[in-house]
Design a protein around this ligand. Structure first.
Ligand SMILES: *Cc1c(COP(=O)(O)O)cnc(C)c1O
Length: 462
C-alpha cells in the first residue's frame, strides 16, 4: 500500500514512513493511492466481533508489511485495554431513529484517544525496531494534546511537545496535559489561539533543517494513521445497527475535519453511509464553504465547544484533493491562496462533489446549550457541548435512515458549559478523580517560531 501527498510533489511512502512523517514535505497530507474495498460479506462478518477484532480486519489492508498480523493484533489490544468500557465505542439510543456513538471512554475522555492510544503503540514498536528517536510536536485545541501526552508519556524513544492556546482550554484539558510527570512530555502554553499553534507547528515542519535535526514527527489529525484508527468506529456503529443490510447516516461534530474524513473513508471502503453531516459551532467556515463555495477565514470566536474553534480545517485538504480529481497542483494552488489571502473559491465541479459527499449544519451557542438542557431532561443523557452541536444539527437531518451522532467528549471535560445548561456539575470518572490535586508543569511562550524551536532543541533528550 502506497501513500501519496495531496499536493502531488512529495515522495510516495509506505505506511510506516507515512505514519512517522505526518505532514508531507510539499506541505500536503498523505492519502492511500487506492482505498482498499471491503466486500459486503466481509462487513457482515464484523457483526458480533470485539472492537479489537473489527479494528484489525478494517485496518490490516492499509498497513502493508509494517507489522506482522500477530504483532498488529497485540498493539491494537494494548491500545484499547485502558478504556473504561468493554464495548470501547458503545451506541446508545437517544430518540426514535437517532443514536449516540459514545467515543469518550478512553483515558482522556475524548474520541482522540482512539487514534492516539493506537499511534503510541505503533510508534513505539516501529522505533524500538529501528533504534531511532523522534520529537513529536503537535498543536491542540485541548483534546489532541491531552490524548497525545497520555499516549506517549514515559515511552523510550519519543519526546513530545504540545502547543496549546494559553487560557483557551478547559481546566480539565489543561491539567491532563500539565500533570503527567514523565520527563519526555512537555506542555507549551502559547499566546494565541489554536490556529496560531497550528501555524507554528506547520512552520516547524516546513523548516527542513529543524525538521531533520530534531527528527520531527507529527501526530496531529493530519497524520494518516490517526484518520485510519477513526475509520473503525464508523464500521462498528453501523454494523451494530444492521449494516451492511441497512444503511445508516452519521453526524460528526467537526473542527479539523479529521473525524468526518474517517467516515468518508469508511464509505469509500464500501460501508453504506447515506449522509455524512458536518456539524459546526459558530466557527462555521466548513458549513459556509459547503453552502457558498467560498472558503474564507474570518477569525476564531471562542465558544463553549472549544475543540471545534478552528478556521483553518487541515483535513479538508484531503477532501479537496478528491474533489479536484486528485490534482495535487490544483490543491497546492488553493492552499497558496489561503495562506496569502485568507481564502479561496471552490470550483463548481469540486463543490458539487463535496455536496454529494457531505451535508452540513451549524449550532449557535444558545442552540448548543439548549440542546444539552433538553436532552438531559428528556433522556437523562448528559452531552458535552461538542456532542450537543452534533445532536442539534443531526435533528435537522433525521429521516427514515438511522442517524448516528458522534459524542466526542465526556461532559466532565467541559463542566462549566454543562453546569450552565443543566444546573449540575458533571463528575469525573472515579479513575481520574484526583486530577485537580496533582501538581502542574508547563512553559509559557510567545507566538514566536524561533523561541519555540530553541526550547525544543534544549529540552529534547539528545
Ligand atoms: C477534536 C475534537 C472535535 C473535532 O474533531 P476533528 O477531527 O478536528 O474534526 C470535536 N469534538 C471534540 C471533543 C474534539 O476533541
Amino acid at each position: 500500500m502506497q501513500y501519496i501527498s495531496t499536493r502531488g510533489a512529495a515522495p510516495v511512502l509506505e505506511f510506516e514512513a507515512t505514519m512517522l512523517t505526518g505532514l508531507a514535505r510539499d506541505g500536503g497530507l498523505y492519502l492511500p493511492e487506492h482505498v482498499p474495498p471491503m466486500t459486503q460479506a466481509e462487513i457482515a462478518g464484523l457483526a458480533g466481533q470485539s472492537y479489537e477484532e473489527q479494528a484489525f480486519a478494517i485496518m490490516r489492508p492499509f498497513i502493508g508489511q509494517t507489522f506482522s498480523d500477530a504483532e498488529f493484533r497485540g498493539l491494537i489490544d494494548t491500545a484499547y485495554a485502558g478504556f473504561g468500557h468493554p464495548a470501547r465505542a458503545p451506541v446508545k439510543q437517544l430518540a426514535p431513529n437517532h443514536f449516540l456513538l459514545e467515543l469518550f471512554h478512553g483515558p482522556t475522555l475524548a474520541f482522540k484517544d482512539f487514534a492516539m492510544q493506537l499511534i503510541g503503540q505503533l510508534f513505539e514498536a516501529s522505533l524500538q525496531r529501528s533504534g531511532n528517536r523522534v520529537t513529536i510536536v503537535g498543536a491542540t485545541s485541548g483534546d489532541t494534546g491531552s490524548a497525545a501526552i497520555e499516549a506517549f508519556r514515559g515511552l523510550e524513544n519519543v519526546d513530545v511537545f504540545i502547543l496549546y492556546p494559553h487560557g483557551r482550554v478547559s481546566d480539565v484539558q489543561r491539567r491532563q496535559m500539565t500533570t503527567p510527570s514523565e520527563g519526555n512530555v512537555h506542555a507549551l502554553a502559547i499566546d494565541g489561539d489554536f490556529d496560531t499553534c497550528q501555524a507554528l507547528v506547520k512552520d516547524m515542519f516546513n523548516d527542513f533543517d529543524f525538521r531533520d535535526s530534531v527528527h520531527l514527527a507529527g501526530v496531529n489529525s493530519i497524520n494518516w494513521a490517526r484518520v485510519l484508527a477513526q475509520v473503525v468506529y464508523f464500521f462498528s456503529a453501523a454494523v451494530s445497527l444492521g449494516a451492511p443490510h441497512r444503511p445508516v447516516s452519521f453526524t460528526v461534530p467537526t473542527g479539523n475535519f479529521g473525524d468526518i474524513f474517517a467516515g468518508y473513508i469508511a464509505r469509500q471502503m464500501g460501508l453504506a453511509i447515506e449522509s455524512l453531516v458536518v456539524a459546526t459551532n459558530h466557527n462555521d467556515i466548513l458549513h459556509r464553504a459547503l453552502g457558498s463555495g467560498g472558503y474564507v477565514t474570518d477569525g476564531v470566536k471562542p465558544s463553549i465547544s472549544p475543540s471545534m474553534d478552528i478556521q483553518v480545517s487541515s483535513n479538508f485538504e484531503r477532501a479537496l484533493f478528491d474533489a479536484y480529481g486528485r490534482d495535487g497542483g490544483a490543491v497546492a494552488q488553493l492552499m497558496g491562496e489561503l495562506k496569502a489571502g485568507g481564502g479561496f473559491r471552490i470550483s463548481q465541479g469540486a463543490l458539487e462533489y463535496l455536496r454529494d459527499c457531505f451535508g452540513s449544519g451549524r449550532a449557535s451557542e444558545e442552540e448548543t446549550s439548549a440542546t444539552i438542557t433538553r436532552i438531559a431532561r428528556t433522556t437523562g443523557e448528559v452531552l458535552c457541548p461538542h456532542s450537543a452541536v452534533g445532536v442539534h444539527v443531526a435533528e435537522a437531518h433525521l429521516c427514515a435512515t438511522p442517524m448516528i451522532t458522534l459524542a466526542t467528549a465526556h461532559p466532565a471535560k467541559f463542566p462549566d458549559a454543562v453546569e450552565d445548561a443543566t444546573g449540575q456539575r458533571p463528575a469525573l470518572p472515579a479513575r481520574m478523580a484526583d486530577l485537580f490535586d496533582r501538581p502542574e508543569r508547563m512553559t509559557r511562550l510567545p507566538n514566536d517560531l524561533r523561541a519555540v524551536q530553541a526550547l525544543i532543541r534544549e529540552r529534547r533528550a539528545a
